[in-house]
Design a protein around this ligand. Sequence first.
Ligand code: SF4
Length: 472
Amino acid sequence: MDELRHECGLIGAVATDGGNVVEAVYLGLYAQQHRGQEGAGIVSRSRLKTRVHRGLGLVAEVFSPKAKEYLAGHMAIGHNRYATSGKATKLRNVQPLLVDCRGGKLAIAHNGTLVGAAELRRRLEGMGSIFQTTTDSEILLHLAARSPKRGMVARMSEALGEVRGAMTLLAMDEETLLGYRDPMGFRPLVLGRAAERIYLASETCAFDILGARIEREIQPGELVVVHGGEVEVSQLHPAGPRRQCIFEHIYFSRPDSQVFGESVDRVRRRLGAALARRHPVEADIVIAVPDSSNGAALGYARESGIPFEFGLIRNHYVGRIFIQRGSAGRQNAVRVKFNAVREVLAGKRVVVVDDSIVRGTTSRQLIGLIQRAGAREVHLRVSSPPICHPCFYGIDTPTWDELIAANQSVEEIRGFTGATSLGYLTEGDLLGCVGRPQDYCLACFTGDYPTEIPARRGAHRGCRMVTGVGDG
Ligand code: SF4
C-alpha cells in the first residue's frame, strides 16, 4: 500500500512469582500487530534455558501452541517487525536478536532507527565484528558485547551512550529485563503491572488485553531495570529536547491506546474537528478511509454537522501476500483492500477524510472508487499537513523523489487524485490538537530534523504555503 509503515512493536514481561509469561507476551504482540506484520519473535528465559522462536508472517501464524510450549519461561521479550533499515524481510532480520557473548546470553528488541548506522557498522566490522543481520539494531549488540563493563545493564548502558537516533528498546539476559527510551523520546514505551506480572510495551492496548494497569510512561532518556521482582527506573541520559513522533497520534498507534500521555482517539477527533474548521465545504456526507481515519472523520462530521456514513469498507483479512512493492502491487492492494458502498455514495457530495497522502496513488485509486460508485463530488480532507520529507527515525517513507507533496503543489495533487477539492491541516492546526505541542517531531512536514540526517538526494520543490485548493 501507498502508506507510511509502522516500524515495530515491543512487549516484555517478567513474572515475579516465577510463572509462565509467554502467553502474555504472545497476546501483547497480537494486540500490537498493527505495528509490524512482516515477522515476529519471542526470546524467553526459564530457570535453566534461554529460548528463541521467530518467524515471518503474522503473530498467530508464527507461534503455534507447540512453539509457545517450547518457549515457556518466567521472563520474555517479543517484537513485531516491519522492515525498514533491514529492508527485505528475511528471517535473520526478525527480532529479538539473541547472541552468546562474554557475559552470557543477550537478547534485544528495538523500535526505531539509529542515526549514522552505516558508519558505525563499518567501524565495528573494521574492528572484527561479524554481522549476522542487515538490521541496525545489531550494532547495539556488538557495542554491548565489546564493552569491558561487567553485567548486561552496564554493557547496554555503555552501548546506548555511543549511538544516536530513535531507540526504544528492550533487552534481557538470564536474570534481568531492561527497557530504554532515547533522550528525544521518538517512540513510546510504557510500564504496566498486573498481579505478579511486570510489563513493558510500546502501546497501552497491549496492557488492556492482559488485564494490566498503566503504571507510568517511560520518559525520554530513562532506563528501566527489572531484576529480582523489583523495578528500578533511572535517568541514563539527560532528556530532551523531546521529539515525540506526531504520527503516533495521526496514524500509527491504535485509537484505544494512550500515547505520550494522551488518548489517541481524542487527538484524532480533534484533528478532524480542526480540519472541518480549516476546510469547510457544502456536502451531504462525511466518510473515512478506514480504519485509521475513522476518528478524524467523526471529528469532522461532528464539527461540520454533516452526517457520518460508512462509504468505504475495508477488507481486514488481506494477508501480506498483497503487500507487494512497486506501483502495480500498490494498485491491486487498493482494490483488494477497499470497496465502496454504492447505496451510501450514489448522487452524494462526499467529504472523504484520510490521515495522510504519501505518493498520492492510493488517494487517486480511492477517489476513483468513490466516483465510480456514483458520488457527485469528492472533497478530500487530510488530517495531517503535506508530507514533504522522509523520516529517518523508524518510519518507512519514500525518498523526496517519490513523496508527492515534495514535488507538486496542492493544486497539482488535487488534479492528480481527481478530487473536487483538497484540504490539509496546517502544522499549527496539528499542534493545536495535542497537549504539549513543543514535545513533538514534525520533521516529515517541515524538514526541520532534530538530528543529523544522511545527505539529501534528489531534487524537490519544497512545500507549498497553501493547504487547500479546489471548489470547496
Ligand atoms: S519525521 Fe515524521 S514520521 Fe518521522 S519521527 Fe518525525 S514526525 Fe514521526
